[in-house]
Design a binder for this molecule. Structure first.
Ligand code: SF4
Length: 691
């Protein structure tokens, strides 16, 4: 909703940074954003009246940045030049048609965007499947929680957080692992810290002594790469000491005996040998978790971004099932998602190569019929390529053109040297974005899009809550909302899309996607957000999942025992250190937005590498000194930060910077089930940089 206050416009909306989904009011005047303020608690279930974090509060300057793209660009004689919309759209339509005619529909790959609205992402996958007829549609969720989705679908049924943020704020106990919560999900961390102050137990297992560990009752440092060992070790301890929830297991699960057998080798001594966890720590964590009335299991990239990321999450799901912490308030499996709309736009809307919107299977003729009825075109029934597979297939000559909406793979892919070669090798690349990103620099056509403050629609936050996005200001000059750009292109390619608003697009989504069946913009506005599954107009939505059984026909969850794999790369003589990557509070992902906010850059303006004091001593490196970090893929320079946050032999770098870009170093090693890259482990060497 939008109203005027003392000649200033006030627009209620949802934060465009992370998936917590804080709500705030944007204050604007003469189409310029002046500031933001948290909205009333009753309209803000995620932040519940808590103040937004530094990104939400001060991170909106990019909206008014001088760097914004204001006109379409077309490459001519090697140079990107401003062009009219008519010329740019014509070029895109012509090039995509020619590629399709010459090499087939699957020669084109489309990347949707977890930053865009649900409505825009629904249209992106519709554009790919209906208009272009390609099976290749994916998005950056592949790089963050695809292993979570794969594991949770197999065990409990839905690839999503089982509970509410409200439950995270009120549980009796936490196991948080592989989540730098205070920096990546700050407002969620504020609510966790508040609950811990009120008496909840907090257990943190992590290779780095991160901010949330400072508040923990138990912090246990683990060596990176063998998480299945300590989680299976916890499960074994729980079962051996009769701390498992026998009644829950008997009534609600399959294959417990198989799990019991598979965790047997993970004795406390073996766990210590594999990942350095003290047996006393293992015992106390197992007892606290198993005897708590309620427990929330929270995790993020530290669990998922491994060559065996799906196994890590399977192990966590097994632990939650063994201890019966599911299907009730204040408990559950809580993957903390990344982007503002990765749950919705990156998953629910079907921007995935293996499922249609609402996770509906590609191989079900009845589902394909339903889409064909509405689209007058049958979606391709074959599974398409994942993001990393697309890059490989470009090198193989099987993908010739790409359409990238609001993503920056030139910085976010592992081994970006290889990814940039692929972007260059394409016959045609169109990028739709706010800025001339590192990816857009390789494009043949760049289409200027709108930021979260310049559009309306919905985002779905980490707790499956669909919330409204309100348009506060107009896009700059000729820039346009992503859904409207896609509609113009579809029209040019002969498809009569005629949506007048994102609300109309949502009506089509609710027709075709059963878990969104009862969601309309009017209801979301009236009811302050709706959590899926919300199947019809009378369905109030689902605050926590599995109260009445798991999402399988027989209502029972499956124990799928997790196998322990080795990391893709282990430290050795030539590259003796393990590099792990992650985030800092002030920045977001590849920094496209936050590197354009002066207040943020004045806090953290460049990349750095955290090194333990003993390791720094051995290397002859002092705090603040520039060091060269080299892997088998590349070599970069960054300032050393000497700190005991990281363990000896393990170094950490943030992923937000284009200079000293850490993905020059990371490896193209993928989880075989989900295709997620192993960003969390690369072998490197470090030396003082005397240049
Ligand atoms: Fe935005 Fe996330 Fe910060 Fe909330 S916690 S203000 S959603 S970035």
């Amino acid at each position: 909703s939008k109203h005027r206050l003392d000649a200033v416009d006030v627009t209620e909306t949802t934060c465009g940074y992370c998936s917590v989904g804080c709500r705030f009011d944007v204050y604007s005047k003469d189409d310029e954003v002046l500031g933001v303020r948290p909205t009333d608690a009753e309209h803000a279930p995620a932040n519940d009246g808590f103040s937004t974090c530094v990104k939400g509060k001060f991170g909106y300057d990019f909206v008014n940045s001088d760097d914004r793209l204001e006109q379409p660009l077309i490459r001519e004689n090697g140079v990107l030049r401003e062009a009219t919309w008519d010329a740019a759209l014509e070029r895109v339509a012509t090039e995509l048609s020619e590629l399709t005619d010459e090499y087939g529909t699957d020669s084109i790959a489309c990347f949707a965007s977890s930053k865009c609205t649900n409505e825009e992402n629904y249209l992106m996958q519709k554009f790919a499947r209906q208009v272009l007829g390609t099976k290749n549609i994916d998005n950056c969720a592949r790089l963050c929680h695809s292993s979570t989705v794969a594991a949770l679908k197999q065990t409990v049924g839905y690839g999503a957080m089982t509970n509410r943020i409200e439950d995270v704020a009120n549980t009796d106990c936490y196991l948080i692992t592989g989540s730098n919560t205070t920096e990546s999900h700050p407002v969620l961390a504020t609510r966790i810290k508040q609950n811990v102050r009120d008496g909840a137990d907090l257990i943190v297992f992590d290779p780095r002594k991160i901010g949330i560990a400072e508040h923990a009752d138990q912090y246990t440092r683990v060596e990176p790469g063998h998480d299945v060992a300590w989680i299976n070790g916890l499960i074994r301890y729980v079962i051996q000491h009769d701390l498992h929830d026998e009644a829950f297991i008997a009534d609600n699960t399959h294959d417990f005996d198989e799990l019991k057998r598979k965790v047997e080798p993970f004795t406390p001594d073996e766990v210590e040998r594999l990942c350095g966890v003290d047996p006393a720590d293992l015992a106390s964590a197992a007892e606290t978790i198993a005897t708590a009335d309620t427990c929330v299991f929270g995790w993020a990239m530290g669990m998922t971004q491994h060559a065996h990321g799906t196994q890590n999450v399977l192990a966590l799901a097994n632990l939650a099932l063994v201890t019966g912490h599911l299907g009730k308030p204040n408990a559950g499996l809580s993957p903390f998602r990344g982007h503002n709309n990765v749950q919705g736009g990156g998953g629910d809307m079907g921007t995935l190569p293996s499922t249609l919107p609402g996770y509906q299977p590609l191989d079900d003729p009845a589902v394909l019929d339903a889409f064909e009825d509405v689209w007058d075109e049958r979606p391709p029934a074959e599974v398409g390529l994942t993001v990393p597979e697309v890059f490989t297939e470009v090198h193989e000559g099987n993908v010739r053109g790409m359409y990238i909406m609001g993503e920056n793979p030139a910085l976010s892919e592992p081994d970006i040297g290889h990814a940039k070669d692929a972007l260059e090798a394409l016959e045609f690349l169109v990028v739709q974005d706010l800025f001339l990103t590192e990816t857009a620099e390789h494009a043949d056509v760049v289409l200027p899009a709108a930021s979260f403050a310049e559009k309306s629609g919905t985002f779905t936050n980490t707790e499956r809550r669909v919330q409204l996005v309100g348009q506060a200001v107009s896009p700059p000059d000729a820039a346009r909302q992503d859904w409207s750009i896609l509609q113009s292109l579809a029209n040019r390619l002969g498809y009569e899309w005629s949506y007048e608003s994102p609300a109309e697009i949502m009506d089509e989504i609710s027709d075709l996607v059963p878990i969104y069946g009862g969601i309309t913009h009017d209801r979301v506005a009236r009811e302050g957000g709706l959590q899926w599954p919300c199947r019809d107009a009378d369905d109030p939505g689902t605050p926590y999942l599995y109260e009445d059984g798991f999402n399988f026909e027989d209502g029972k969850a499956r124990f799928v025992p997790a196998d322990m794999g080795e990391p893709g790369e282990l430290p050795g003589e030539e590259y003796p250190l393990t590099l792990t990557t992650g985030r800092v509070l002030y920045h977001f992902h590849t920094g496209t937005l936050t590197r354009r906010v002066n207040g943020i850059m004045s806090h953290v303006g460049e990349s750095f590498v955290e090194i333990h004091p003993d390791t720094a001593d051995q290397l002859g490196v002092s705090d603040g000194q520039n060091v060269r970090v080299e892997s088998r893929r590349g070599s970069i320079v960054a300032a050393a930060r000497v700190t005991d946050h990281a363990d000896r032999g393990v170094v950490f770098m943030p992923m937000h910077f284009a200079t000293g870009a850490v993905n020059e170093l990371t490896q193209e090693r993928f989880d075989p089930i989900s295709g997620i890259p192993e960003y969390k482990i690369s072998s490197v060497r470090i030396s003082p940089d005397n240049a």
